[in-house]
Design a protein around this ligand. Sequence first.
Ligand code: FES
Length: 127
Amino acid sequence: MSPLPEPPGVRARPLCRPEEIPPGATASFPAAEEGARGLFAVHHFREGIMIYVNACPHLGVPLDWLPGQFLTVDGTRIMCATHGAEFRIVDGFCVHGPCRGDALTKVQCTIEGGMIMVPVDAGRINT
Ligand code: FES
């Protein structure tokens, strides 16, 4: 008899140590598996570290305008490099651009053993 499949989201994937993303900084992480999307982190000065799937709700493409760079010049919003949509850092809500009113996909994270952990299926397409 084969074991039951593990429910999605039970296992966790380590991204990095929180201190590797100082306040105001961003970081990108590769897809966990083939066919999945990458993730990115933003460290908001007051709210802490937010993790999002690196896919614009407009066309599904990665947002970074340089590898690991996601913020507007003034550092107050996340910006998509393709058509300039702007998103609030704290919740990923789009406030400007072609996908205004839509939102980035936020990923729940925890700190375990000194590492930022996300569900192993975060970024998987069609989940
Ligand atoms: S692909 Fe992001 S705004 Fe168009």
